[in-house]
Design a protein around this ligand. Structure first.
Ligand SMILES: NC(=O)c1ccc[n+]([C@@H]2O[C@H](COP(=O)([O-])OP(=O)(O)OC[C@H]3O[C@@H](n4cnc5c(N)ncnc54)[C@H](OP(=O)(O)O)[C@@H]3O)[C@@H](O)[C@H]2O)c1
Length: 279
């Protein structure tokens, strides 16, 4: 069994595999969460923006897993950056989720041109010091955003959650994060099942390891020291995506998957996202 826990830079344990719940609707949430918990997941990644914090909180309450055995991540939405709004909307996320602390709270996008991420992060530092959040971090921060943040604030972010998949492996940013002990969480780890899982190199490897293409790709992420939050509303896939701790990829196979990189960003470019541009 390969270790399924990552220790963040403040020693707080975070499961390496969590369930991403973006686009999981209220109707789909109960079965997704129940299946995930049965399969062994303890981490769940939501955001105020996903409008499903209440559904996630309710679904988690239906299980008999203790709160301290869960790892809940949420995110500060762009429109609510700024010191006071960060505190206000963190509190709303807590209320939505029906909990009195978050394991991880992240700035969703830097929105650098709007100039509010430093003061938003300072509000998060206060909430962290008060014990209302176990670890704080960011999403979609490039190297220069992280440098500015580390220069102007006290707590080195525990996590940078960024788009990573074999077509866009962000190795340089991963190296920078590794150097500063910032854990990378890969969002869109399966490239939303848009072509990657049918690539011959991946399907051939899947046959060779007797695994599925998704399991090969997820294992590749773990080999690069990334945490992963694959999303699925489909019970079979939810189980499949967690069942990756009983094998390792050979170094040559990791290198082959590395070679698929083509700088092919699928999601928004953090340099272009401003407050109000994403709805
Ligand atoms: N911080 C950010 O800015 C940001 C941005 C985007 C996403 N995220 C987070 O990252 C999570 C994951 O990213 P994502 O949802 O964009 O993409 P993803 O996890 O790469 O892909 C999800 C898609 O892949 C399908 N899928 C899941 N498992 C599969 C499998 N084993 N085989 C084949 N297809 C499979 C799902 O279908 P079904 O659901 O139909 O099974 C869904 O359509 C999100 O849920 C969210 O929590 C964060």
């Amino acid at each position: 069994m390969i270790n399924d826990t990552y220790y963040l830079n403040n020693s707080y344990p975070m499961p390496k595999v969590g369930l991403g719940v973006y686009k999981i609707s209220e109707e789909e949430m109960d079965i997704a969460v129940e299946t995930a918990l049965e399969a062994g997941y303890r981490a769940f990644d939501t955001a105020y923006f996903y409008k499903n914090e209440i559904a996630l909180g309710n679904a988690l309450k239906k299980s008999d897993i203790e709160r301290e055995d869960l790892f809940i991540t949420s995110k500060l939405w762009n429109d609510y950056q700024g010191y006071d709004q960060t505190i206000e909307f963190f509190t709303k996320s807590l209320e939505n989720l029906g909990t009195d602390y978050l394991d991880l709270f992240l700035i969703h996008w830097p929105c650098e041109a709007d100039g509010l991420f430093i003061e938003s992060y300072k509000a998060m530092e206060k909430l962290y010091e008060e014990g209302k959040i176990r670890a704080i971090g960011v999403c979609n921060f490039n190297k220069h955003h992280l440098e500015k943040l580390m220069e102007e604030t006290d707590v080195v972010p525990a996590v940078n959650q960024i788009e990573v998949h074999p077509y866009f492996n962000q190795q340089e940013l991963q190296d920078f994060c590794d150097k500063h002990d910032i854990a990378v969480t890969a969002w869109m780890p399966l490239m939303r099942n848009k072509g990657l899982l049918e690539h011959k190199l991946i399907t051939d490897m899947a046959s060779r390891y007797d695994k599925t293409p998704a399991q090969i790709v997820l294992r590749w992420h773990l080999a690069h020291n990334s945490l992963i939050i694959p999303k699925s509303k489909t019970p079979e896939r939810i189980r499949e995506n967690y069942d990756i701790f009983d094998f390792n990829l050979e170094l040559t196979d990791i290198a082959e998957i590395d070679s698929l990189d083509r700088g092919d960003r699928q999601g928004n470019d953090p340099e272009n996202v401003r407050i109000g541009t994403l709805k």
